[in-house]
Design a protein. Structure first.
Length: 68
């Protein structure tokens, strides 16, 4: 992985982590609301899980391959 690719991946990773934290806050707020929208809550949770998977894949790309 080149330096520029590494920097771009790190930047994207930071943005995705921020979005994940924002979704977590939104989910917590919606979950505690009276008359909450269960469909919206489910969608936010699904989006959060997708972000988590994407973050894990990017983190894996940043780890250099080691020859056994």
């Amino acid at each position: 992985m080149q330096v520029q690719d590494h920097a771009e991946t790190a930047q994207l990773l930071a943005e995705l982590r921020q979005e994940h934290r924002d979704l977590d806050a939104a989910i917590n707020q919606l979950a505690s609301a009276i008359g909450r929208d269960e469909l919206q809550l489910t969608r936010l949770k699904k989006r959060k899980l997708l972000l988590k998977d994407h973050i894990a894949r990017l983190e894996s790309k940043l780890i250099p391959d080691l020859d056994a």
